[in-house]
Design a protein around this ligand. Structure first.
Ligand code: UDP
Length: 342
């Protein structure tokens, strides 16, 4: 079985490639290296003792995408990660996000439609729920108006796939709505590499702990939560990677009930920002320098998944604890610094 992973050198993509290679899939990665580096291939090779095929490809180049599929007619499934993901940047430059995240999806679907049969996994996000009225959040919770162009690209992306699936039964697709992916492969050889100042909590924590950042700012302690800080569902990226393999098997083995399905991928447990900080301190024995500042615009109070659908229908469940995920993030951070210094 040959699987195309777009954006396969990025944070989540690289962990999925490792899981696929370990399950003996043939993997071909395309990536435009806009938010990843070619060194990631070496990390994957060291972990798996083999490398995926790699092609530098920008999915915004429609002709190049078409040419790629002409040369690769034997693809059995596509896992589509290639997209931009910085919320703030999407507000500043919405057209970049619509081009990167929507045009590319359309080009990909146009090529998949030419194949007699195709399977697609789409990276979606819990951001589609906004502040849900009911917690934990089930897949039938209403999709709320998007807070940013980035969030909108996830909503519209799902809608585009749903519309195509309504008329094209040769396409089977699953959208995975990720909650908050954190951590790294236990080897510490691949992980999250934020460009510039991290926007996400865990990279900010690890960079502060290692001395690259002065202090973590906790955005708000006046939310109606257990300790006043906002609550999220942090999921180990290896659990998330495994969810993709399980979803892929569901597609390939024709276990789908309808040809477009959606699953929440989280742990089902909410943790506050302060709980994450305390768990990190416990995992590492370090004391983290932090201060409480104002809320960040666009942040919701609390979001955590009802994972019953993924558990019962897809047969997937998360295994790792928050502490294990934070330990792996810390290991990766230490390795990344060591690699920089050597
Ligand atoms: N957060 C924080 N300080 C930071 C980054 C994030 O307090 O430097 C908080 C943020 O307000 C949210 C949680 O951590 O409540 C998770 O934020 P992240 O950006 O990692 O993920 P999001 O849920 O926004 O996608």
């Amino acid at each position: 079985m040959k699987i195309l992973v777009t954006g396969g050198l990025g944070f989540i993509g690289s962990h999925v490639v490792v899981e696929l290679l370990n399950k003996s899939y043939d993997v071909i990665v395309v990536d435009n290296l806009s938010n990843s580096t070619i060194d990631v291939l070496e990390g994957i090779r060291t972990i798996c003792n083999k490398k995926p095929e790699f092609e530098k490809l920008d999915l915004r180049d429609k002709l190049a995408v078409s040419d790629f599929f002409v040369r690769n007619q034997d693809i059995n499934g596509v896992i589509h990660f290639a997209a931009s993901k910085a919320v703030g940047e999407s507000v500043e430059n919405p057209l970049l996000y619509y081009e990167n995240n929507i045009n590319t999806l359309v080009y990909l679907l146009q090529e998949l439609q030419k194949l007699p049969k195709s399977n697609l996994i789409f990276s979606s996000s819990c951001t589609v729920y906004g502040q849900a009225d009911v917690l934990p959040i089930t897949e039938s919770a209403p999709v709320k108006p998007a807070e940013s162009p980035y969030g909108n690209t996830k909503q519209v992306g799902e809608e585009i796939i749903a519309d195509v699936c309504k008329v094209d039964y040769s396409l089977n697709a699953i959208a995975l709505r990720y909650f908050n992916p954190i951590g790294s492969h236990h080897s510490g050889l691949i992980g999250e590499l934020p460009l510039g100042t991290p926007q996400n909590l865990v990279p900010y924590i690890t960079q502060t702990a290692i001395g690259q950042r002065e202090q973590l700012s906790i955005f708000g302690d006046d939310y109606p939560t257990i300790d006043g800080t906002a609550v999220r569902d942090y999921i180990h990226v290896m659990d998330l990677a495994n969810a993709h393999v399980v979803a892929l098997e569901r597609l390939i083995k024709h276990k789908m009930v309808v040809n477009f399905e959606t699953f929440n991928i989280g742990t089902g447990t909410g943790s506050s920002v302060l709980e994450v900080v305390k768990t990190f301190e416990k995992a590492t024995g370090l004391e983290l320098n932090y201060k409480i500042v104002q809320r960040r615009d666009g942040d919701v109070t609390a979001a955590y998944a009802d994972t019953s659908r993924a558990n019962n229908i897809m047969g997937w469940k998360s295994k790792f604890t928050l502490q294990e995920a934070l330990e792996s993030a810390w290991k990766w951070q230490q390795n990344a610094i060591a690699a920089k210094e050597s």
